[in-house]
Write a protein that binds this ligand. Structure first.
Ligand code: FES
Ligand code: FES
Length: 178
């Protein structure tokens, strides 16, 4: 029997299942940070206004401070912790560093998750599309220009890497596609 007011939910975060008991009103941001120790998503406002808590849910960037954890059962949740491959940063993370898009860094995980959701669905966005994708994310430090440059840089590098991988695949099959 569960403690009163607690309900069972299994969260799937970065490909791993976490069976949990949570209060009915608990929000995803608190579950990630306080129960799972995934503190990359930040609490800037807690009221759906800043994007610092952004994660990707079933492919869509969402503010986790307003999502009820109990409604996340069966959904695929991605957080900033799932992006790097060991010590190798994701191309978006690397581009933020290379473009000088990180200052205090508080907004950065949320920005990167907005960028990832965009590039997963649109690998070749225009500057306008990048600005639209990061509109829910507030940054008090950078003035946004370098953030937009970082997302466009990441997009270019990811397209180039995809092109190289395709060329290698064609070469490996002698030019015969499956
Ligand atoms: S902490 Fe969620 S939008 Fe600000
Ligand atoms: S880098 Fe400081 S809020 Fe964006």
């Amino acid at each position: 029997m569960e403690p009163s007011g607690m309900i069972p939910v299994t969260l799937t975060v970065n490909g791993r299942d976490y069976p949990l008991l949570v209060p009915r009103t608990e929000r995803l941001l608190w579950t990630l940070r306080e129960r799972l120790g995934l503190t990359g998503a930040k609490c800037g406002c807690g009221t759906n206004d800043c994007g610092a808590c952004r994660v990707i849910v079933d492919g869509v960037a969402r503010n986790s401070c307003v999502l009820l954890t109990r409604n996340m059962e069966g959904k695929s949740i991605e957080t900033i912790e799932g992006l790097s491959d060991g010590l190798t940063l994701h191309p978006i993370q690397q581009a933020f560093i290379d473009a000088g898009a990180v200052q205090c860094g508080f907004c950065t995980p949320g920005m990167i998750m907005s960028a990832k959701a965009l590039l997963d669905s649109n690998p070749d966005p225009t500057e306008e599309e990048v600005r639209e994708a990061i509109k829910p994310n507030l940054c008090r430090c950078t003035g946004y220009v370098k953030i937009v440059e970082a997302v466009l840089l990441a997009a270019r590098r990811m397209r180039e890497a995809d092109g190289e991988n395709s060329a290698h695949a064609v070469a490996a099959t002698g030019g015969v596609s499956a």
